[in-house]
Design a protein around this ligand. Structure first.
Ligand SMILES: NC(=O)c1ccc[n+]([C@@H]2O[C@H](COP(=O)([O-])OP(=O)(O)OC[C@H]3O[C@@H](n4cnc5c(N)ncnc54)[C@H](O)[C@@H]3O)[C@@H](O)[C@H]2O)c1
Length: 359
């Protein structure tokens, strides 16, 4: 939880941060506050939690987003902080700012959103990476790429270690996302080899939590919204396919630890929760936790839907001393509370005939 804008406490000095100045009475300056960190995709689900955590730590945070799938609403509570700024910008175009670190999170992550304009999705991953890497090179910033477990495609190796090269369809409906992210990884490693850029690559597995988009078709948000409305819960296939679900706070902790590793550690490193559940098990947990009257409906599996996904997190445990701490029931309960509140707000807004909450 964030303190008020004038009461953010420096984690190292334990003193207050006021109007951009941090230090104790002896004049010691808080180094945490001096880092200027840019987060592309900062208005999105993961990006907004990352912004929040870094603002809380006293860093100067620059959130860059074109608000395609994210919303200013997700960072509205940060706008009053002197160490937070927002710029509306599309990263497929160059950007010139002075920063020390870049978290490149911009890219629509749910199939509904990334398939809406697949060419723009690939551009965001590829042109976006080139622009952000160019910026990092120019200002000598450290840069982290939010890559994805989708680069493993429909894997023959289970669980997936970082050494597995994947099994990806290059011409399918999901390819704009999967291949865009694969190419972005290539660019990161070529900038590292060719220009000695300090890079970090995180392969993020399915993550959930408050501020997920309610209509993005991702399984956790879908099930929760359907359950809260007592609507039938949609299962694709027979529901025996497995997924692992990481709570957003755990993921954000992993990203920050990765950014803070020594320069010779680049990753790629898997970040996710190795606890594995079938889609049917997830549906049942959501029904139990919401007390819903929802029934289950079964539909055909979409193209290239992976049968199983589970991260091998040995490397993250060793290199980052990181592993998820929040169990599924606990994370789901927090997420359900968020969606309950959001649905109430939407009901009021709809009653007032207001535009969509995520404009
Ligand atoms: N959430 C997950 O489970 C998950 C899993 C694997 C990887 N990731 C990756 O993490 C990142 C964040 O995912 P998320 O779940 O928060 O998704 P999200 O859609 O909520 O956030 C993405 C953000 O990027 C912004 N964006 C999109 N295109 C942009 C562009 N061209 N210029 C500037 N901003 C742009 C969107 O408006 C949005 O705010 C993505 O790169 C995604 O691929 C997420």
């Amino acid at each position: 939880m964030l303190c008020s804008p004038t009461q953010a406490v420096c984690p190292s000095l334990g003193t207050f941060i006021r109007q951009g100045i941090a230090g104790d009475q002896k004049g010691n300056v808080c180094m945490h506050f001096n880092k200027r960190i840019m987060i592309t995709g900062g208005c999105g689900f993961l990006g907004s939690h990352l912004c929040e955590r870094l603002v809380e730590q006293g860093h100067e945070v620059l959130c860059v987003d074109n608000c395609f799938t994210g919303s200013k609403r997700n960072v509205r509570h940060l706008l009053e902080y002197p160490n937070f700024e927002f710029i509306r910008h599309d990263i497929t175009f160059p950007l010139y700012v002075e920063v020390n670190e870049i978290y490149n999170m911009a890219c629509p992550a749910s199939p509904i959103h990334y398939q809406f304009d697949p060419v723009q999705t690939t551009k965001t991953s590829v042109h976006g990476a080139i622009n952000m890497l160019g910026l990092a090179k120019r200002v000598k910033a450290k840069i982290l790429q939010a890559s994805t477990s989708e680069i493993y495609g429909d894997p023959e190796v289970h669980p997936q270690p970082e050494s597995y090269w994947g099994r990806v369809n290059p011409i399918g409906l999901r390819s704009c996302y999967d291949e865009g992210k694969r190419c972005a990884e290539t660019l990161f490693f070529d900038y590292h080899r060719q220009h000695r850029l300090r890079i970090k690559v995180a392969r993020i597995f399915n993550t959930y939590g408050p501020r997920m988009h309610p209509n993005d078709g991702r399984v956790v948000s879908n099930f929760i919204v359907q359950a809260l409305k007592d609507e039938p819960i949609t299962i694709y296939g027979e529901g025996n396919q497995t997924r692992s679900f990481c709570y957003v706070d755990d993921l954000v902790e992993g990203l920050i630890r990765l950014m803070n590793t020594p320069d010779d550690f680049t990753g790629p490193v898997n970040l996710g929760n190795p606890g594995e559940f079938t889609i049917l098990e997830l549906a049942q947990k959501v029904i139990d936790l919401t007390g819903s009257k929802s029934t289950l409906v079964f539909k055909d599996l979409p193209q290239d839907d992976p049968r199983q996904r589970k991260p091998d997190i040995d490397l993250a445990q060793k290199a980052l001393d990181w592993q998820p701490t929040i169990v599924l029931e606990q994370g789901l309960s927090k997420t359900i509370l968020y969606f309950e509140q959001l649905l109430k707000e939407l009901k009021v807004k709809n009653a007032q005939d207001a535009p969509h909450l995520h404009n």
